[in-house]
Design a protein around this ligand. Sequence first.
Ligand SMILES: C[S@@+](CC[C@H](N)C(=O)[O-])C[C@H]1O[C@@H](n2cnc3c(N)ncnc32)[C@H](O)[C@@H]1O
Length: 224
Amino acid sequence: MTQLPDDSPKSREEFEQTFLTNVTTCQWEPHPLYSVFTQYDQQYYLDRARVFLCKYKCFYAVSKTISPKKIIEMGVLAGSSADAYLSAAPGAEYLGIDRFDVNTRQDDYSPWDPYDIARRLFESRGFRNYKLLKTDLRALSSLPYRADFVIVDAAHDFDSAYADLKLAMTASPTFLFVDDSDDVNDAKPAIDKFLSQEINGRIDYTVHIAYQGGGLVIKLKDAN
Ligand SMILES: C[S@@+](CC[C@H](N)C(=O)[O-])C[C@H]1O[C@@H](n2cnc3c(N)ncnc32)[C@H](O)[C@@H]1O
């Protein structure tokens, strides 16, 4: 496993306490031009602004609590969550993996290119230490390198979520973070099976983060 700073949380209680401090003191705001609140389907998020702002601040606080050196995110879309993770860990190296499919806007039928938007967002924030990998996760048998913090937020159907969790482990992470972990129809059964059948005995602790859709932090035991 990659080394974490000495001040990374040693126990579930310590994680919860530090996370609580980080989320309540979070000053981070979504980018004024590039976020879910400005993208082509912004109305959905604007109608639920309070809960989605809370969700993205939780992303920020999870990352700040972990204080990672290397982040791999599976499922980037246009980089809104990456903005939160990276803003909280300014020195970290980031790899975002996604198919980055170009969508067609419903209003004027113009293309909406998440790869291009993520690049502009990162440029505007001044993030330099990042790579965006345009590929299908199903084409990967392992992640390209080790990372202390791996985020799983691609397709949420059972088979994809399960495969992504297994793929995430190939980076030998210290922390896994699974977004939308409360989804009882798809992601949650996949996470439960993964926890009990794939990494049983390797879990140090888990922390459920309560926001829209829910998130699960999984701290893996040190390999030593
Ligand atoms: C929920 S969105 C990610 C949202 C982003 N993490 C955020 O919170 O702002 C899921 C993303 O996963 C990507 N995705 C789904 N299945 C994938 C696959 N098999 N390979 C690569 N990307 C995939 C989709 O293209 C989409 O951009």
